[in-house]
Design a protein around this ligand. Structure first.
Ligand code: PLP
Length: 459
């Protein structure tokens, strides 16, 4: 029986990333409150938020300091924009703080309201800059299959997932995708991680040469692929990619929308994986998701070009109403202060071994082909046959089924096909990590029984 709220939801909402047909029958999970790493639905049932919402609620659900900061800023100045040279203290302070902690030399910060619009800004700046530099043919951008960069026309084009392209007439011309660096799924039999990385770097170089290096402007990558399935890069991957990009004067955009602010055990994933990024996209954990805010960190070289263009054109014609929203910036400043004061990176490093150990232990389960994590992010891949790595038929929805069972057990996680991700709030304790995986193990056992009953397992 669907609740009254569920019925009203079905009659009124189009949900993002939802099977809209199935939703009409099963209805929503309606959450009502949160505390620490826990959220509660309208019936009072408790769940561990194993995905930190959408990889974002780093400080959990009841941070009083963030709530008070938001309230104070709301009372003082709930809105002012930063168009036409206007400014305010929180926007300036946040930019200073971001410059201080940036993993590569950064000159300036440009604000937005979502990860998608940050990556949209990246694309526009790449095009604008190359026109300004008198090389209008250098415009192509290379992304990766299974990369996730958002849903606007340009950022969905960068995204390398079929559901973001099919029937949306995307990707845009000039945006192309190279192979996904997922060793477990795409390496040749017996190929080492280093050899796999070398092969992918050579493939990227071939693509650049085929397209013409003077036509390729930028390459974009997430340090750890998130929505593509929580996929860690293989050994040596970014080192080899750095070299190819430098060889052909190709700008490296690091999409830190998920990995920024401690997720991988360093303040930035760019550092964890030695990425020689020129520019960086940030969002989500920048405010612990208490306010929609994103930022693009720009190098001096890129900034100088933008300034020259303003001399020529008269204005930098880009930006949205909520860019640098004072409430968002004030929350972000406080969030960064808490990260520093509470030594959040040290905390992630302290609890990460428990997280990774319990995650890898899932690899012993008959349904799990791969289980891998770093810091406090990771994923498992459910397979039909562990020996051959044969996947289940996609439409059987085995990953999704395990997430339904997890929900029954009091755990929220997310399936991307048959890959299931874990990305809890960064404040999670070791005991809560143990509890999270205990709940998922029970869910996996139920999934195994269900898969057997359905006759889905290899004979
Ligand atoms: C790596 C990455 N980039 C960009 C985005 C898009 O961010 P948003 O959903 O805020 O537009 C996401 C969202 O999950 C992401 O994971």
């Amino acid at each position: 029986m669907l609740s009254n709220l569920a019925v009203r939801d079905i009659e009124t909402l189009v949900h993002p990333y939802t099977n809209l047909a199935t939703h009409r029958e099963v209805g929503p999970l309606v959450l009502e409150s949160g505390k620490g790493v826990y959220v509660y639905d309208t019936a009072g049932k408790e769940y561990i938020e194993g995905m930190a919402g959408l990889w974002c609620t780093s400080l959990g659900y009841s941070n009083q300091e963030l709530i008070e900061t938001a309230t104070e800023q709301m009372k003082k100045l709930p809105f002012t924009h930063i168009f036409g040279g206007r400014s305010h203290d929180p926007a300036i302070e946040l930019a200073e703080k971001l410059k201080e902690i940036a993993p590569v030399p950064i000159s300036k910060v440009f604000y937005g309201a979502s990860g998608s619009d940050a990556n949209d800004t990246q694309v526009k700046i790449v095009w604008y800059m190359n026109n300004a530099l008198g090389r209008p043919q250098k415009k192509k951008i290379i992304s990766r299959l299974k990369g996730y960069h958002g849903v606007t026309v340009a950022s969905a084009s960068l995204t390398g997932l079929p559901n973001n392209h099919i029937d949306f007439d995307l990707p845009l011309p000039g945006i192309m995708h190279t192979s996904c660096p997922h060793h477990y799924r795409f390496a040749e039999p017996g190929e080492s991680e280093q050899d796999f990385s070398s092969r992918l770097a050579a493939e990227l170089e071939d693509m650049i040469l085929r397209e013409g290096p003077d036509t390729v402007a930028a390459f974009i990558a997430e340090p750890v692929m998130g929505a593509g399935g929580a996929i860690l890069p293989p050994d040596g991957y970014f080192e080899k990619i750095n070299a190819i990009l430098a060889k052909y004067d190709i700008l490296f955009i690091s999409d830190e929308v998920i990995t920024g602010f401690g997720r991988t055990g360093n303040m930035f994933g760019t550092t964890t994986y030695g990425m020689k990024a020129d520019t960086i996209s940030l969002a989500k954990q920048i405010t612990s998701a208490y306010f929609p805010l994103s930022a693009v960190m720009l190098s001096e070289q890129v900034y100088e070009v933008l300034v020259d263009q303003s001399r020529k054109i008269g204005v930098f014609g880009h930006g949205n109403t909520y860019a640098g929203h004072p409430v968002g910036c004030a929350i972000a400043v406080k969030t960064l202060e808490i990260y520093q004061r509470e030594k959040i990176v040290d905390h992630v490093r302290k609890v990460s071994p428990t997280f990774v150990k319990r995650l890898e232990k899932l690899g012993e389960h008959p349904l799990v082909g791969e289980a891998r994590g770093v810091g406090l992010i990771g994923g498992v891949e459910l397979v039909k046959d562990k020996q051959t790595k044969a996947p289940f038929e996609a439409k059987k929805g085995v990953g999704a089924k395990s997430v339904v069972f997890a929900q029954e057990e009091g755990l929220i996680t997310r399936a991307m096909g048959d890959r299931v991700a874990f990305c809890p709030p960064l404040i999670i304790t070791e005991a809560e990590i143990e509890e999270m995986f205990d709940r998922y193990e029970r869910a996996l056992n139920k999934t195994l029984d269900w898969a057997k009953a359905q006759g889905l397992l290899a004979a």
